[in-house]
Structures are given as C-alpha cells and as structure tokens.
Design a protein around this ligand. Structure first.
Ligand SMILES: O=P(O)(O)OC[C@H]1O[C@H](OP(=O)(O)OP(=O)(O)O)[C@H](O)[C@@H]1O
Ligand SMILES: O=c1cc[nH]c(=O)[nH]1
Ligand SMILES: [Mg+2]
Length: 209
C-alpha cells in the first residue's frame, strides 16, 4: 500500500489557511500555492540519492555530497496543477515538465482527457504528479494509469488537499504510488467538492468564475 505523507509544517498550515479563505483573490492565491508547492518540494525529494564528490574549499580538499544524476519529471494535471509547477521548479530547476490535460465532467464526475505532452524520455524519470485537489481520485488515477501505459514506474502524487475518498481510490488503483498532501479534509459534498476544501482550484487560480 502506498504511503500517505501529510506535510503539516506550520508554514504550510499558515499559508493553506489563506488559500482556503474565499476572500483571497487570484493573485494572492497563485502566490500562496506557489509558496506551498516550494515548501512541499523539500519533503517530496527527501529520498533523492546522493553521491560523494571531492571539492576544494579555500582551506583544504574535502568530500561533499550532491544529488546523483536522478532524472526528475514534473507532471501537472491541467489546469489547476499548473499552479504548483513554478514553486517546484524553483527547488528542482533541472526537472522536465510534462502536461496532462484532464477535466472532471460535472455530471458523470469522470475525468476527460484533452491534452498530453510529455518529455521524450518519460519512462526513465522519477515523476512528481501535481494537482492541488484529490477529490474522488478519478483524475489522479486516470493520469497515473496513462503514465504507467507509457512505461513510467516511479510516480509520486503531490496534492494540497485530499478527501479520504480520493486517497482510498488512488491507494486501491495504484498501491505503489506515495501520496503527499498538505491536508486531509473531512469529506466530499454532494457535488464531489472537498469539504471544507478551497472551492474550485482551477477557477480560483485563473479567475474563471
Ligand atoms: O479527484 P477528482 O474527483 O477527479 O477531482 C479533482 C480534479 O478536479 C479538478 O480539476 P477540474 O476538473 O476542475 O479542472 P480544472 O483544473 O481545469 O479546473 C482538480 O484540479 C482535479 O484535477
Ligand atoms: O473540491 C474540489 C474538487 C474537485 N476540484 C476542485 O477544484 N475542488
Ligand atoms: Mg476546476
């Protein structure tokens, strides 16, 4: 079973409170999502392998550790996942970015794919799948299905807010995928929105409602 890691650092909790607040406008919402994503990158990359190299300080020769050539890929699920890319890239500037466009049909709640562009060597990369909201889990599960069909076998899912239902769905479908979240909320409402949640992440990021 995949692990669920709740990143409940005080800085993340503080910023998430203002992200949730309906009076926070798009500009501030975008800035806060970027900042929280940057903080989450720190913990999501905790297990990156290191290698030892020799360097010279102004005083002497010594050994130091550097990240050992791991190839990373950031995969935002459009649209809302885009809000998490810049924060992650500020910590992981060498990562390549692939885009998967999915929207959740409001009637069926099933994900509908409308775009995909991935790095050519996607199957060799350790992937970090980005979406602020994990509600029913349909979108994340479909994106992971798709990435696995392309040969990817190292995937982490990073979300700001998850419903228990979404976590269960991803864990059942993809027990090899660890899930990093800033908060596990209470439940889904009758429209499958997360409660208390933050509303529609895509609309709040891009001001479309
Ligand atoms: O877990 P699920 O039940 O699948 O719901 C979560 C999905 O819904 C939202 O996307 P939305 O369909 O609103 O598209 P958008 O990002 O373009 O707004 C959100 O960003 C997730 O991708
Ligand atoms: O609460 C929710 C559920 C799905 N998508 C969102 O943006 N928010
Ligand atoms: Mg949306």
């Amino acid at each position: 079973m995949g692990k669920v890691i709740v990143l409940d650092h005080p800085l993340i909790k503080h910023k998430l409170t203002f992200i949730r607040d309906k009076n926070t406008g798009s500009k501030e919402f975008r800035e806060l999502v970027k900042e929280v994503s940057m903080l989450m990158a720190y913990e999501v990359t905790r297990d990156l392998p290191l290698e030892e190299i020799e360097i010279e300080t102004p005083i002497t020769t010594t050994k130091g550790q550097i990240i050992s050539g791991k190839k990373l890929g950031l995969i935002p699920i459009l649209r809302a996942g885009l809000g998490m890319v810049d924060g992650m890239l500020s910590i992981l500037p060498a990562a390549k970015v692939g885009h998967i466009g999915l929207y959740r049909d409001p009637e069926t709640l099933k994900p509908v794919e409308y775009y995909c562009k991935l790095p050519y060597d996607i199957e060799e990369r350790e992937l970090i799948l980005l979406d602020p909201m994990l509600a029913t889990g349909g979108s994340a599960t479909a994106a992971i299905d798709f990435l696995k069909e392309k040969g990817c076998n190292s995937i982490k899912l990073v979300c700001l807010i998850a419903a228990p239902e979404g976590i269960d769905a991803v864990q059942k479908a993809h027990p090899d995928v660890d899930i990093y979240v800033a908060s596990i909320d209470e439940k889904l409402n009758e429209d499958a929105y997360i409660v208390p949640g933050l509303g529609d992440a895509g609309d709040r990021l891009f001001g479309t409602k």
